[in-house]
Design a binder for this molecule. Structure first.
Ligand SMILES: *[C@@H]1O[C@H](CO)[C@@H](O)[C@H](O)[C@H]1NC(C)=O
Ligand SMILES: *[C@@H]1O[C@H](CO)[C@@H](O)[C@H](O)[C@H]1NC(C)=O
Ligand SMILES: *[C@@H]1O[C@H](CO)[C@@H](O)[C@H](O)[C@H]1NC(C)=O
Length: 341
């Protein structure tokens, strides 16, 4: 059965039923729509509910190091790096990372949620085929996890296309997973175009990559959907660039400001967004890219593990004309992990 609404079922599930926490990362991404005259620049702490959480998040594996301490066993990634050191761009590993295991004593709140990676898929054209393709792409990424949590079953588009390779939930399992969360976190990195791939009769679906019949692209008519990460938003780690220059990350502040503007707009439109966490608090081990890209509000010198705030971390002090400022925002953290400050 095809969805007849203009929004994918998965997004409906998310928006209607869930408390959402956003986790945004500065990488390739679609350009958020801007209000008139760069209205986003005026977004203030006071535009958000008092209990709205601002924070910065981290990923334990990517910052902690001490991979053999405290009874930790090797993770799949420790194993992968050992077996295939050449797959990591700078041939680094996670053994020290940003040394956070030795520095933090994190406290955790009492709510349990799950974080989903979800990018937005813009229809490649305004044909109904591409519009359906964009919904399917969202179903196959976000809906795969979100719809069982809300409806107790996988998205209809997945049932239709994946057929008997998709497991079936028992009635008991459906009830078990339905609603089993306090909040949903959405980790979003980028947007892509989604273009329909016409199905050819008798072409048996064979893998997750082709089941959705969507051609995912980053450009249309030679124009990228958004700025390229390699070029601007995540500064490539380069020892020849003086640290003073690396710390001047106005583009990150601009990115955060645009996202706060859009988040505030979503709240005004009735979406129950409870928090916004920038990813990442500090530069960290970025999987296959090793230590060659830097997402942090704090710069980490991976040679001597010195941490230095980038301009984005000190952004609050530059806010003018807002009594509240971002005092609850980017100041005074650094002690906590994955937690609002
Ligand atoms: C689709 O886009 C084209 C070109 O921009 C436009 O002329 C047409 O009216 C649009 N069709 C619909 C259904 O929106
Ligand atoms: C996906 O789209 C691109 C760009 O339009 C095209 O070159 C490519 O052949 C398409 N791939 C498939 C599998 O349809
Ligand atoms: C860490 O190393 C950088 C150069 O890579 C140097 O500028 C800095 O002073 C060092 N910090 C400490 C605390 O040794």
């Amino acid at each position: 059965m095809l969805s007849i609404s203009t929004t994918p079922d998965s997004l409906h599930c998310l928006m209607k039923n869930s408390i959402i926490v956003l986790i945004a990362c500065l990488c390739v991404h679609g350009q958020p729509t801007q209000g008139p005259l760069n209205e986003y620049l005026n977004v203030r702490r006071s535009d958000f509910p008092d209990d709205f959480l601002f924070g910065a998040s981290t990923s334990a594996a990517q910052i902690e190091g001490s991979t053999k301490s405290g009874g930790k066993g090797p993770s799949a990634w420790d194993q992968f790096i050992r077996e295939f050191p050449d797959k990591i761009m700078d041939k680094s590993n996670m053994e020290v990372a940003a040394d956070s295991y030795n520095r933090y004593k994190a406290t955790q709140g009492g709510q349990i949620g799950i974080s989903h990676v979800a990018q937005y898929f813009e229809p490649y054209s305004n044909t109904s085929l591409d519009e359906e393709a964009s919904k399917r792409a969202i179903d196959f990424e976000l809906g795969w996890f979100m719809e069982p949590l809300v409806r107790g079953d996988y998205p209809e588009s997945m049932r239709r296309l994946v057929k008997d390779r998709l497991p079936v939930f028992t009635a008991e399992e459906k009830e078990l997973v339905k609603g089993s969360f306090d909040f949903i976190a959405i980790s979003y990195y980028s947007s892509r175009y989604a273009k329909d791939i016409p199905t050819t009769p008798n072409a048996a679906p064979v893998s997750y990559m082709v089941d959705s019949n969507v051609n995912v692209t980053v450009e249309k008519d030679g124009v990228l959907i958004g700025p390229n990460a390699g070029g601007s938003y995540t500064e490539k780690s380069n020892d020849n660039i003086p640290i003073s220059q690396t710390l001047k990350d106005d583009i990150r502040i601009d990115f955060v400001q645009k996202h706060l503007y859009q988040t505030q707009t979503a709240i005004k439109n009735g979406v129950n967004v409870k928090g916004y966490f920038y990813y990442s608090l500090i530069d960290s081990f970025e999987w296959g890219e090793g230590y060659t890209v830097r997402y942090g509000l704090y710069h980490v010198d991976f040679k001597n593990l010195t941490r230095s705030p980038k301009e984005s971390a000190k952004w609050s002090s530059r806010r003018q004309g807002d009594e509240q400022g971002w005092r609850n925002g980017y100041e005074g953290h650094g002690k906590m992990k994955g937690k609002a400050f």
